[in-house]
Design a protein around this ligand. Structure first.
Ligand code: SF4
Ligand code: SF4
Length: 457
């Protein structure tokens, strides 16, 4: 089968061996969860509960008042013990609700008895979906599906955490003719999407059908890198005979899973500078999002858990775990046997786009796909740029990261903008190969945030 790709990019070691063959396990129900009121792109939620309130799993505890936002739900049953700013994996402290477990794991019940989506303890399957077609999604209108997805707090699970109901509401006049299901998982170390594709291809595909049907898109594509043959074969079996959905095998290269790179590789369309996929008639969703979409629409299950890869040389027993959102990452490291020797750097996400943490007490949030524990402090000291041009060759957007970071460092943000700073997707491919160990992405992010601030003034 022909493999597709995009120009530029880099080839970091995949480092997925530690978890690629490990089935998804259900993590222990945590004793306490920390639920930040913002876990998505857009406006934060407003708390619907107060300190001392009792909550059950699936209960909405944060309301999204803005359109670009997503509600948050209780992920364990128990008592709300605190509402205050707490460490947050994406940066500054943010207002969060702490729920102390009552040990009962009581879910909100449906009108006709126990919750249809309650996980069954000690079952072989980590994904006990309710009887299929409990709600026949084909009887729902696109508006009803969007509203169900919004109420379930569904966001993109690939990392950016963009609210899914917003993605499914492109501006009027933008015709979407292609939908790509992103199974590339190009970040080194991470295997949560891979395992989901191997273990739950049927559910992922059904979720993808729902996403496509909501917008009436006729052409679906599934993009998977060519180092994931088990996933290609599992998804390929399910898609066989489906006239509107095609499997596309992608060359293993970083950042193949970036939306713009996927669109270029599969459809040969180029998202314009400053544009979004819908500008070229395309939407892209991650495989985990499609799976959670099925759970939300068919069984009414809000986004209270997700699959997370806990891995790296700094953890004793790497695993793929299905985890309640809000679980402190220290619990998950413990569940994986604890630190392997002295505690090293903890990164949320993968090594290319992930963020280093200063405490293991931050929670898993909706966009957390991995926890990477390293053993050593990374790299040596930074030196001056030697003008080798490697960063320029690696950039999939044809930017000059060396120039953008140089101008950012000097506070000359307009010049950084002139070199396309705002188009950077923060993939980290430039910094990966930089022999001078310049933190190019940090400088570019800094320029972007200063330019955004300036624009809003
Ligand atoms: S400049 Fe941005 S888009 Fe280009 S390689 Fe670096 S991080 Fe990726
Ligand atoms: S890769 Fe590093 S050293 Fe080489 S040109 Fe880019 S910034 Fe300079």
């Amino acid at each position: 089968m022909k493999t597709l790709t995009f120009p530029g990019g880099v080839h970091p070691s995949s480092s997925k061996e530690a978890t690629r063959d490990k089935r998804i396990e259900e993590a222990k129900i945590p004793e306490r969860v920390i639920i930040p009121l913002i876990q998505h792109t857009g406006a934060p939620c407003e708390a619907l509960v107060s300190k001392g309130d009792r909550v059950r799993v699936g209960q909405k505890i944060g309301e999204a008042k803005a359109f670009v936002s997503a509600p948050v739900h209780a992920t364990i049953s128990g008592e709300v013990t605190e509402i205050k700013p707490l460490p947050y994996p994406l940066g500054l402290d943010t207002t969060s609700l702490v729920i102390q477990s009552d040990g009962k794991d009581e879910w909100l019940e449906g009108q006709d008895g126990p919750s249809p989506y309650r996980p069954l303890a000690n079952t072989a399957s980590p994904y006990p979906l309710p009887p299929r077609e409990r709600i026949d999604w084909k009887t729902l209108s696109p508006e009803e599906i969007r509203e169900t997805i919004r109420e379930a707090g569904l966001v993109g699970l690939g990392g950016a955490a963009f609210p899914t109901h917003v993605k499914l509401s492109p501006p009027k006049g933008k015709k979407i003719d292609a939908y790509i299901l992103n199974g590339a998982e190009c970040e080194p170390y991470l295997t949560c999407d891979y395992r989901l594709m191997v273990e739950r291809p049927r559910e992922i595909l059904e979720g993808f059908r729902i996403l496509m049907a909501t917008l009436g898109v006729k052409n679906g594509y599934i993009g998977i890198e060519d180092n994931k043959w088990e996933a290609i074969s599992a998804m390929g079996r399910e898609v066989k005979g489906e006239p509107n959905i095609q499997m596309k095998v992608l060359k293993t290269k970083y950042p193949q899973g970036g939306e713009k790179q996927l669109i270029k590789a599969i459809l040969r369309r180029e998202v314009p500078s400053g544009g979004l996929p819908f500008d070229v008639g395309v939407l892209v969703s991650n495989v985990g999002t499609a799976f959670s979409c099925l759970e939300a629409v068919v069984s009414g299950k809000p986004l209270v858990e997700r699959v997370v890869t806990v891995t790296g040389p700094g953890v004793k027993e790497p695993k793929n775990l299905r985890v309640r959102i809000g679980t402190p990452i220290s619990d998950l490291i413990e569940e994986c046997g604890g630190f392997n020797g002295q505690q090293g750097k903890i990164i949320i996400g993968g090594p290319m786009m992930g963020l280093a943490q200063f405490t293991a007490e931050v929670p898993v949030i909706k966009g957390t796909s991995g926890i990477l524990v390293l053993t050593d402090a990374l790299g040596d000291e930074e030196i001056t740029c030697i003008r080798c041009g490697k960063c320029i060759q690696s950039c999939p957007l044809y930017l000059m990261p060396n120039m953008i970071s140089l101008y950012a460092k000097r506070g000359r943000f307009d010049e950084a903008k002139g070199y396309g700073a705002l188009d950077c997707i923060e993939c980290g491919a430039c910094a990966y190969g930089c022999p001078a160990r310049i933190p190019l992405v940090q400088w570019i992010k800094y320029a972007k945030s200063e330019l955004t601030k300036k624009k809003s003034q």
